[in-house]
Ligand binder design. Structure first.
Ligand SMILES: CC(C)(COP(=O)(O)OP(=O)(O)OC[C@H]1O[C@@H](n2cnc3c(N)ncnc32)[C@H](O)[C@@H]1OP(=O)(O)O)[C@@H](O)C(=O)NCCC(=O)NCCS
Length: 175
């Protein structure tokens, strides 16, 4: 069994390699400092039975963000005040040897569930993500994220789509 938990010293940050150096070094050097300072939170996927230092199969980080509603599509911007809050999926990465096994998808579902926890406590219009390149953009698009008009590499998934996605997964679980 696998689970998602908050990154701590018990995890093997040094042994993680997703093939992207900026993402590796964020995990190794920045993620815990950012968590301590309240800049972002990083969550890791591990085997429940893992022994320390626990191998990291993949990770994502989240932070609060503020955006101008006029940077959304006119459809989304309708009836919103000028400044709105959301959650940003700052980083998402899977260890090289575990890529293309559905782990990225599981991490994304974990991030959507975390979004809902924050949404219930403090609101937020949806999840934003910065894709690092066009391939990453296509990756997020398959989960329903839509590019912002001002920047195709910045994508948005509104709260109603998050609720639908999670409800759909809940309905499919017994199978
Ligand atoms: C991008 C990344 C997070 C995807 O995670 P993953 O666990 O490999 O992806 P999944 O197994 O969940 O993929 C689900 C689907 O996404 C698509 N997909 C996955 N990786 C892809 C890639 N590199 N290029 C194009 N499509 C891809 C496929 O359709 C895949 O389904 P399939 O394997 O049945 O065809 C991972 O490859 C990674 O960490 N890459 C390096 C870092 C990075 O680019 N991060 C993006 C942050 S901006």
């Amino acid at each position: 069994m696998r689970k998602i938990e908050l990154l701590t010293k018990a995890h093997d940050r040094a042994g993680f390699d997703c093939g992207s150096e900026p993402l590796n070094s964020f995990l190794k050097q920045t993620a815990r400092q950012h968590a301590e300072r309240g800049i972002s939170r990083t969550f890791v996927l591990i085997e429940e039975a893992a022994i320390e230092p626990k191998q990291i199969l993949g990770f994502f980080s989240l932070n609060l963000c503020q955006i101008k509603s006029d940077s959304l599509t006119p459809e989304e911007a309708k009836r919103l005040p000028r400044d709105v809050s959301g959650i940003r999926l700052g980083r998402l990465a899977v260890a090289k040897e575990f890529q293309r096994q559905g782990i990225g998808r599981s991490l994304l579902v974990g991030a959507l569930a975390k979004f809902m926890e924050i949404f219930h406590a403090a609101g937020g219009i949806g999840l934003f993500v910065d894709a690092k390149d066009q391939a990453a953009r296509r990756y997020y698009e398959q989960f329903g994220f839509v590019s912002l008009p001002s920047n195709v590499l910045e994508l948005f998934l509104p709260v109603r789509s998050i609720q639908e996605a999670l409800a759909d997964l809940g309905q499919r679980k017994p199978n």
